[in-house]
Write a protein that binds this ligand. Structure first.
Ligand SMILES: [Zn+2]
Length: 102
């Protein structure tokens, strides 16, 4: 029986680990070396991609090589928050933070 490939890629494409030094969050300083692609696109982070810190939910943007993180501010932050997937990512991390708070 032939298997049909998902148009969204495989589940292993959605989660990953960055190669090289972990980019540090500019807000909390925590390393962010793992990623989850909320758009189901299966692409690992690239220069210019926006993200949410997995530790403090700060809106951030990847830049440089090796990848580093900077704060997402001003018009870039306003534009990011017009994207339902970005708002979903922020809420997902905040919910995770609340659920693990002791
Ligand atoms: Zn952070």
């Amino acid at each position: 029986m032939a298997t049909r490939k998902s148009p969204w890629g495989s589940i292993s494409d959605l989660f990953g680990q960055l190669v090289g030094p972990a980019p540090l969050c500019p807000d909390c300083g925590a390393p962010n070396n793992g990623y989850t692609a909320v758009n189901l696109g299966g692409a690992s982070p690239q220069h210019g991609d926006i993200a949410v810190c997995a530790h403090c939910a700060a809106p951030v943007q990847y830049y440089g090589k090796p990848l580093a993180l900077k704060r997402l501010e001003g018009d870039d932050l306003i534009l990011a928050r017009t994207d339902p997937l970005f708002r979903f990512a922020e809420e997902m991390v905040r919910a995770l933070m609340r659920s693990t708070r002791t």
